[in-house]
Design a protein around this ligand. Structure first.
Ligand code: MD6
Ligand code: FE
Length: 221
């Protein structure tokens, strides 16, 4: 095959993703997105986003909060799931029904039956937000997927391999996109390199201005 032909063929092809990584591009249209974001605004009011302190004493760059029976948190004792908002002392608000159902349906669309998330980590990125390369390994059973919804400006996701030093591939996560990490993809290293200004199709009170909102649904316990 000639180089030119190969170039043409691959120019329009979706990026090849490793096994266990599914990207549902534009899964939520404008009306669905608005409904889910309205529900998320209620969560943000009940459980105000805060900045996590790392074991090192430094603060994480993004603000976060949670809904569901369990919420991911970190302090001087390290990373773990806890059942209350550390600021208000109240239990995390429940995962709104529409959001939970949408996460279950997204898992089913990727061939995963029986997903029953008990934790939804909400990450709020300002325009300069990012997230270091990591694996999500604080959950009880890695057999369950993590389902991620993105809203607002594009986030340039960095998808790596099974080892921190493995090469990463950039993947734009746009407003209304769903990413599912499951099976052989569940423990791949990943992060968010940057937020792309001016790419959000619509503003919403639940999305940080000029920023991005990411929800990850997990089975923590
Ligand atoms: C983000 N996402 O997109 C961060 N983790 O802002 C994650 O760290 C993530 O998208 C596990 C599974 C899917 C994800
Ligand atoms: Fe993650």
């Amino acid at each position: 095959m000639g180089a030119a032909l190969q170039g043409d063929l691959f120019a329009t092809a979706a990026p090849a993703l490793p096994p266990g990584i599914a990207l549902l591009r534009g899964h939520f249209g404008p009306a669905d997105s608005r409904g889910l974001l309205d529900d998320m605004a209620d969560v943000l009011a009940a459980a105000p986003p805060y900045r996590l302190r790392l074991k090192s004493g430094a603060f994480m760059i993004n603000r976060l909060t949670n809904c569901g029976a369990l919420g991911w948190h970190s302090d001087e004792k390290g990373y773990r799931y806890i059942d209350r908002h550390p600021g208000t002392g109240a239990p995390w608000p429940p995962i709104p029904a529409r959001l939970k159902q949408a996460a279950i349906a997204a898992a089913e669309a990727c061939g995963v039956a029986g997903f029953d998330p008990d934790a939804c980590l909400v990450n709020l990125y300002a325009a300069d937000g990012r997230m270091n390369l990591h694996q999500d390994h604080d959950e009880a059973d890695f057999g369950w997927p993590i389902v991620s919804f993105s809203f607002g400006n594009d986030g340039i996701f960095a998808l790596g391999g099974g080892r921190r030093r493995d090469r990463v591939q950039p993947l734009a996560l746009r407003h209304g996109d769903v990413l599912v990490m499951h099976g052989p993809g569940r423990m791949l290293f990943h992060g968010v390199k940057k937020i792309v200004p001016g790419t959000a199709p619509a503003a919403h009170p639940a999305i940080p201005p000029e920023g991005r909102l990411n929800l990850t649904f997990r089975r923590a316990a």
